[in-house]
Design a binder for this molecule. Structure first.
Ligand code: G4P
Length: 525
């Protein structure tokens, strides 16, 4: 097949939600409908459960499982769909943001009864920031939920995106009897079956007697009325507006009961974008360019402390990636070959000879890669759009075992490269500061430093509000600011200046007294 055809048939996407909205269930059902797995339950084991919030050993165990489910590729109707797994645990929010940088589109799952929740709002904001097109799946219609029109209003307001329903439910809870497919103009019966695919599903016409008989006269009339309203109230679906993140198609359904999944999958094939061009510092890179380029968006450490090797996940952005071919690791200037690159089909990992734009390749890494690194066929490119976000928690990290200073330094460096946490070095006292999204990460770091690097650390509390990357119209203003705020300045892992704000109040006061300086909560602006 031609490169162009291979690109056109690829869909690489992330599924995101507030915990418990049904992300795992939906992922699993997409795999089930796509024929990639045959029983439900295969993906579930990857989930970091709520009860594990204080149990990082459990998380360690899960890390091992999640390598296999980090990327779930499968073929459906001639299309190669790659679903990238995003951690559900809020303490790993930054991981999720990074995975989204490798996605060409996203599905946001919302619990119909709970509506848009905090993490959903945050994730939708990140998609908006990246311009990632989103589809919305309103889940759990088999439970009592608000009126679909009210849900749509709520979602539109909360997620700041115009919504267009592509299917429509007949009530919710006990009254949920099926879904009307607005594009295909037919009705799909809700056949509650948790483990198996609904047999046949029986599709009938909106005005058919069969539908009246199935729903009852009143419900059938209500559905017909609703559909008339929907068609009048919402403009026809426009793919270009979806691709530009102006509108989001909405699907109602029940992941648990397999309702609404088929429409979602068919729409992924039909309207979700294949890999598009991506910006680098130097130029835009197009997927159909002959030469390979890609970037590292995730690094997964080995579970075995005796082998400190890792898997770097690379998104192919252009050309064909080939096994055993020399590629340039742009940051180090080194040329590297990969004799056993892996691809991920369903929950299986296998060595591949080549991979196309949109695909994710797993590369064996002995400590060379960092998140955001670029690999190319020789050109010096640096992909953009893989920013660091300001952590919310900070602690000084000190060496607790004088004989193991080297091990500690190496361990911190590697864990930070992997994206477990961020490292800042105070410009004032030269001490190392670890920043995280959640408290759990400190435990993970301490545990891994000890078990993988034989190093012990000590924490010292540090009360900070945010780390801000700073910008000013000229170097003089910046130097002046740094001099005045010397005690609050630090350097991030890339050597960039960061202002450590103690409180929101202090940040606002600093903003007012230094009008020419701009403060950012992300490293790319
Ligand atoms: P998450 O990955 O977004 O955190 O959510 P997950 O899929 O694990 O779903 C959270 C809970 O919601 C699970 O129940 C799941 O079975 C349930 N669920 C998902 N989709 C639907 C749906 O369409 N209808 C209904 N009624 N429930 C749904 P649990 O009891 O927490 O877990 P489990 O013991 O059933 O696995």
């Amino acid at each position: 097949m031609e490169l162009k055809e291979e690109i056109a048939r690829r869909r690489t996407l992330g599924i995101v939600s507030h915990p418990d909205a049904g992300k795992t269930t939906l992922t699993e059902k997409l795999l089930l409908f796509g024929g990639a797995i045959h029983v439900a339950g295969a993906v579930k084991s990857n989930k970091i459960r709520r009860r594990a919030t204080s149990d990082f050993m459990e998380i360690e165990r899960q890390r091992g499982i999640s390598v296999a489910t980090s990327v779930m590729g499968f073929e459906y109707k001639g299309t190669k769909i790659n679903i990238l797994d995003t951690p559900g645990h809020q303490d790993f929010a930054e991981d999720t943001f990074r995975v989204l940088t490798a996605c060409d589109s996203a599905i946001i799952v919302i619990d119909a009864a709970r509506g848009v929740e905090e993490r959903t709002r945050e994730l939708a904001r990140v998609c908006r920031l990246h311009g990632t097109p989103v589809m919305i799946f309103i889940n759990k219609l088999d439970r009592p939920a608000a009126d679909p029109f009210d849900i749509l209003d709520h979602v539109e307001r909360e997620l700041q995106v115009r919504v267009i329903p592509l299917n429509w439910p007949t009530g919710s809870g006990e009254l949920f009897k099926g879904i009307y497919n607005i594009r295909e103009q037919n009705f799909y019966l809700h056949a509650p079956s948790v483990q198996e695919l609904p047999r046949g599903g029986e599709i009938v016409d909106l005005h058919s007697d069969a539908l009246k008989e199935y729903l009852g006269e009143r419900a059938a009339a209500q559905l017909a009325e609703d559909i008339e309203l929907v068609v009048g109230a919402f403009p026809p679906f426009d793919r270009d507006r979806y691709l530009a993140h102006v509108v989001a198609p909405v699907f109602f359904g029940s992941a648990l009961h397999n309702t609404g999944i088929r429409e979602l999958l068919d729409s992924l094939v039909e309207i979700a974008p294949p890999p598009l061009s991506r910006e680098t510092v130097e130029r835009a890179v197009f997927p159909d360019e002959e030469k390979f380029s890609g970037f590292v968006f995730k690094i997964h450490a080995n579970m075995d402390p005796r082998h400190r090797d890792r898997i770097a996940f690379v998104k192919v952005c252009s050309g064909i990636f080939r096994r055993d071919t020399p590629y340039l690791h742009v940051r180090s200037g080194k040329t590297m070959k990969f004799p056993a690159p892996t691809a991920f089909m369903a929950a299986r990992k296998s060595v591949i000879d080549e991979a196309y734009p949109g695909d994710i390749v797993g590369l064996h890494d002995t400590g060379n890669f960092k998140i955001g690194d670029t690999l190319t066929a020789g050109e010096k490119l640096h992909f953009k759009g893989i920013p660091s976000f300001s952590p919310g928690l900070f602690r000084y990290i000190d060496n607790a075992d004088p004989g193991k200073a080297k091990q500690l330094a190496r361990g911190i460096e590697q864990l930070v490269d992997e994206g477990v946490a961020q490292l800042f070095t105070s410009q004032f006292n030269n001490r190392k500061i670890i920043g995280t999204v959640g408290a759990l990460q400190f435990e993970v770091i301490e545990y891994r430093l000890l078990h993988e690097y034989g190093a012990s650390c000590r924490w010292e509390p540090l009360h900070l509000y945010k780390a801000c990357w700073i910008e000013a119209p000229d170097a003089r203003v910046l130097d002046d600011f740094k001099r005045r705020k010397a005690t609050c300045m630090a350097t991030d892992k890339q050597g960039r200046d960061v202002f450590l704000a103690e409180s929101e109040y202090m940040l606002n006061a600093t903003r007012e007294s230094h009008e020419k300086v701009t403060f950012h909560f992300t490293s790319e602006f």
